[in-house]
Write a protein that binds this ligand. Structure first.
Ligand code: TXA
Ligand code: MG
Length: 336
């Protein structure tokens, strides 16, 4: 199929994107986190096309995107007070809630789970398409399964040109990492994926919040993660990634000793220590690291290096970046 490139600044293109979705097609749409690959969530045939275009395993459920909080009462069998509270504080925005599923949500979306993940995105183009199409969309990140999530229309086209009906270009995404996922069917609520809304913010709103083991470490093969997507190697460029811990000068000496065509992914503050190196943002500005990470992973691949060494920031403010980097590295770490 020919993929149409549409412009989010053009109202006719917003209407065209909505028409494609209403007709059961696939459109990649900008959100404030990453680009999503959207289809009508209530139409299983449309939802199946998402899995085919991405090469996504069928046991990995999708997030349903909504344009008003009242949609929770349609999609969920029960809406706990905790959900209403989080919606008031953080929606529209980069937070996904896992809630008990109503029968109207097809198995294709939830992979047969008794819960459904719901998010109300803030990006104006995403909201305009949602409102124009009067739909709920199922939308995972708009990348081929296993690749880093796309934060520009160019990233989407690189992965999905010819496999989707349209890409709506809304420029680079504000956050650059996928939404925080919190499971409200668990007691206490459980963080399944770190993102723009931090654990600290969730705890401030809800009291105790547990952290799923898949967030911080590699699961043993027999462990079933609560968010099925967390078990897959993710966010990964083609070249193998290794996280390098330790002082920047020791890390630099280590990389030189490897005699590989290596590239180092680091922060602005450490650029003087490494060559060749790509910075993904400034340590002094945690959001810049979130915004820059996937583009840097994709640029490192484009350089054609045969291995990537990554410097990972330490501290709670960087939880979302740490989680994505450890997954990209398959949890391989060397302490120099
Ligand atoms: O920011 C985002 O969340 C982006 C944009 C497009 O909204 N979407 C996104 O979707 O990252 P995806 O499919 O790449 O990641 C969804 C994650 C997966 O890890 C999936 O397993 C988990 O959410 N998930 C979905 N439904 C779930 C459910 N019912 N229970 C537990 N985890 C669920
Ligand atoms: Mg994804």
């Amino acid at each position: 199929m020919r993929t149409k490139l549409l412009d989010a600044a053009n109202p006719a293109d917003i209407a065209e994107t909505a028409r494609i979705l209403c007709a059961g097609g696939l459109a990649a749409i900008p959100t404030e986190t990453v680009y999503g690959l959207a289809a009508n969530a209530l139409k299983p045939a449309a939802v199946h096309k998402i899995f085919a275009a991405k090469g996504r395993p069928g046991d990995n459920p999708l997030i349903v995107h909504i344009a008003e909080v009242a949609a929770l009462d349609v999609l969920c069998a029960d809406v706990p007070d905790t959900a209403r509270l989080l919606a008031r504080r953080f929606w529209p925005g980069p937070l996904t809630m896992v809630l008990p599923r109503a029968p109207v949500v097809p198995d294709a979306v939830t992979a047969g789970l008794s819960s459904v993940a719901v998010r109300f995105p803030a990006n104006p183009a995403a909201r305009a398409v949602l409102e124009a199409s009067v739909l709920f969309w199922a939308a995972p990140s708009a990348n081929r399964s296993g690749s880093p999530s796309p934060t520009t229309a160019a990233h989407v086209l690189h992965d999905l040109d010819g496999r989707v009906d349209a890409v709506l270009d809304g420029g680079p995404c504000d956050w650059g990492v996928e939404s925080t996922v919190v499971d409200l069917t668990a007691a206490p609520p459980r963080l399944l994926r770190p993102g723009g809304i931090t654990l600290e913010q969730l705890r401030e709103a809800l009291g105790p919040v547990a952290v799923d083991p898949a967030v911080v470490g590699e699961l043993a093969p027999e462990q079933a993660p609560r968010a099925p997507g967390m078990k897959y190697r993710h966010y990964a460029p083609r070249a193998p990634v290794m996280i390098l811990k330790g002082s920047p000068d020791k890390a630099s000496a280590y990389v030189h000793a490897q005699k590989k065509r290596a590239c180092v992914l680091c922060f602005d503050e450490e650029l003087p220590f490494f060559e060749p190196a790509l910075s993904y943002g400034a340590l002094a500005d945690p959001r810049s690291l979130m915004r820059g990470l996937v583009d840097a992973l994709r640029r490192a691949d484009a350089l054609g290096c045969d291995s990537i060494y990554a410097r990972c920031p330490e501290g709670d403010a960087y939880a979302a970046v740490q989680n994505r980097l450890y997954k990209a590295a398959g949890f391989r770490v060397t302490d120099v």
